[in-house]
Design a protein around this ligand. Sequence first.
Ligand code: ADP
Length: 394
Amino acid sequence: MTKTVLVVNTGSSSVKFSLFESEKLNVLLKGKIEKLRFAPHIIIKNSQGVILYDDSWQPVSDETNHEIAFKHLINWLGQNIDEDSLLAVGHRVVHGGPKLSEPTLIDKDVLISLESLVPLMPLHQPHNLMAIREISRFYPNLRQVACFDTAFHRGHPKVADSFGLPREYYSDGIRRYGFHGISYDYITNTLKSTTPHIANGRVIIAHLGSGASLCAVKQGKSIDSTMSFSALDGLPMGTRCGNLDPGVILYLIREKGMTVDKVEELLYKHSGLRGMSGVSNDMRQLLNSDDPRAAEAIDYFVYCICKNLAAMTAALGGLDALIFTAGIGENSPDIRAKVCERASWLGIRYDRTANTNGSDCISKPDSNISVWVIPTNEELMIATQTVERIRSLH
Ligand code: ADP
C-alpha cells in the first residue's frame, strides 16, 4: 500500500493541508480552510486540481472556530483516507523555544513543553497545538512530528540572539528567535542542490509574503534574521507593523489609554501595508491602486527591506547572493525591481528582462551579487522532515 504523509499548517486565520505520497513526496491532494472568523469555507482538490470537497458553514465564536474547522477536515479524512495508509502527520509549529531545534516526534512531554511556549506566541501556537490534539484524539496511534519555524535559526551566534536587556531576561527566554525557518530551510536546501557555489556563500533570503522577513545565511546556516521575539519585528507586513520603537507601545498604553489587547490587535491586524495604506493588505491591490497612500505604503515596505538588507549584509560581512521568495517575492517583478534599484549601491545589477520573464536568475552577469527568484515550498519541507524523522526511528 502507498504510504502517505499529511502536512498540516494551522495559521491564525486559515488551515492549510496537503497529503503527500511518502516515497517521492508527490502531492496527492491539497486543501485549505479559509475565512475562519467570518465565513468558514473548506476546499480540497486532488493533484489535477479537481475539487473533491467544497463546503462552508456559519462561524460560531473566535474560541471555537478553529476547532470546528479542523473537525470538518478530520471527518472528511476519516471518510476518504484509509488510516493504515498514513505514515505520519507533519505539523508546522511556529515556536520550538530555545531548545527544540530539530523536527520532533510528539509525545505527551513534547506537547507539555510546546504548551509552555504559548505565552511567547499567543496568536499562533494555540492553533498549532489544537490541530495536534484533534489528530491524536481521532487517530490515537498515528505518529505526529512538529516542524518548527524557529528551528532553522537556533544556531545564531549569541550576539544575534540577544536584546539589550539585563541577562536574566535572556535566560527567561526573551530572545531573538526568528521565524519563517521552514521556508528558509527549503530555499537553502534547494540552493545546495541547484547552485552549491551560492549555498556555500553569504546569502540573504527575502521571504516576502503576508508575513515578511529577511534571513542572513552563511554557508547554509542562519546567522541572523529580521524577525525576532515575535512575528512582529523587522519588515512591515500585510497587517503587522514591523520594527517599532518600544516607546510607542508605552505611549499608547499610558497616554492613549489603550489596553494590551487593543495594542496587540493594532500591531498584528491593523498595521503594516493595510494600516499605512488604508486600502488593503494585499500587495496586488496596492500596486494597482491610484491612491497615493498605497504608493506610500509600498515605498515604506521597499525602504525597510533595503535598510534591513544592509543590516543583514553587515551581519554576513558581505553579500554574494540575494534570493526572493514567497507571494510577493516570487510574483512581483515591480517590488523586486524597486528593491534591486535601491540596493544598487551594494553592487546589485538586475536584468530587467530576466526579472519579468520568469527567469530564476535575475541579475546581470557583471553584478557583484547574484539575484534569484526561488519559489518556496514549506509543505514539501515539512513532509520531507517528517518522513526523515519517522525513518530515523527504524
Ligand atoms: P501567506 O502564505 O503568508 O498567506 P503568501 O506567501 O501567499 O502569504 O503571500 C501573500 C502576498 O503575496 C499578498 O500580499 C499578495 O498580494 C502577494 N502576491 C501574490 N501574487 C502577487 C503578484 N502577482 N504581485 C504582487 N503581489 C502578489
